[in-house]
Design a protein. Structure first.
Length: 276
């Protein structure tokens, strides 16, 4: 995947939440799943994941939050996207910033998607910079299947969580009240999503946090330049560092995520609806 993705098999929508409009790419049929982009944007690898979700029987929604949609992750372009995101009022990239304001918009997107697609609720898959956003989206009652992949925020606190105290309490209470589980992934040696961060999630959420750790040797050894040169560590379990080979640990992680979504979003006795 060394070229840009034209995203021609998705419908491009402009979605407004409380007067704020953002582009969202939509495809498929069935219950809604929001697949969030990872740095430096909606890359071809993120779109590959979104298509897998679509083909598993879901209506996938991919919101554009930063970067150039469909662009292959280069060093030069990626560095500039990170710089802009770190100073944006929508995100809280550093310790002490609390919950990123953009998650309010994302909760509204989930609410709208559930209204359109129906079903038991909505799934949310966060990746890297947006990893924890999937957990914060669970403050919206429609979100019932949050997946937190290698959450990298806050960037300057390896043991920190991208949540303010009030939202942390509210998320914990919501998961306990509704019996929800958070599925999470990281590589063992990831310096952006450390073992200390997963320990902080467990301390907050207890048994509701299902954190799974893959060995560094399982990571794709030849990811796009942004990941090879700037990220510089095994990081993106189901996107840039995934190895698309049968039986591979990263591909099993993808299958586990799809099974998690299906268990929550496809009602008992009904198989997944085929993608359009």
């Amino acid at each position: 995947m060394s070229v840009d993705d034209p995203i021609t098999d998705f419908t491009r929508r402009s979605v407004a939440v409380e007067g704020v409009e953002k582009t969202v790419y939509v495809a498929g049929a069935g219950p809604a799943v929001v697949v969030l982009p990872e740095m430096p944007g909606i890359s071809p690898d993120v779109l590959r994941l979104a298509r897998w979700v679509r083909d598993a029987g879901f209506t996938v929604h991919v919101p554009s939050l930063f970067g150039t949609d469909g662009a292959f992750p280069t060093v030069e372009g990626g560095r500039e996207v990170v710089r802009r995101a770190c100073v944006s009022a929508e995100f809280r990239a550093f310790a002490g910033g609390g919950t990123s304001p953009v998650t309010v918009w994302l909760r509204g997107l989930a609410r709208q998607a559930h209204g359109e697609c129906s079903g038991p609720g909505v799934g949310a898959i966060g990746l890297c910079f947006t990893g924890n956003f999937a957990l914060t989206m669970a403050l919206e009652p429609a979100v019932v299947a949050p997946v937190v992949n290698h959450p990298s925020l806050p960037l300057d606190d390896p043991a920190g969580l991208e949540l303010d105290a009030a939202d942390a309490r509210a998320v914990r209470e919501r998961l306990a009240r509704d019996g929800l589980t958070v599925l999470a992934y990281r590589f063992e040696g990831d310096r952006w999503c450390t073992g200390a961060r997963f320990a902080a999630y467990r301390a907050l959420l207890g048994d509701a946090f299902d954190g799974r750790v893959l060995p560094d040797a399982a990571a794709n050894p030849a990811p796009p330049p942004f990941f090879a040169e700037l990220v510089g560590t095994p990081h993106s379990v189901v996107t840039a560092h995934l190895v698309d080979e049968a039986g591979h640990p990263t591909l099993r992680a993808r299958d586990e995520i799809l099974a998690f979504l299906s268990a929550r979003l496809h009602p008992p006795g009904r198989g997944p609806r085929p993608a359009a």
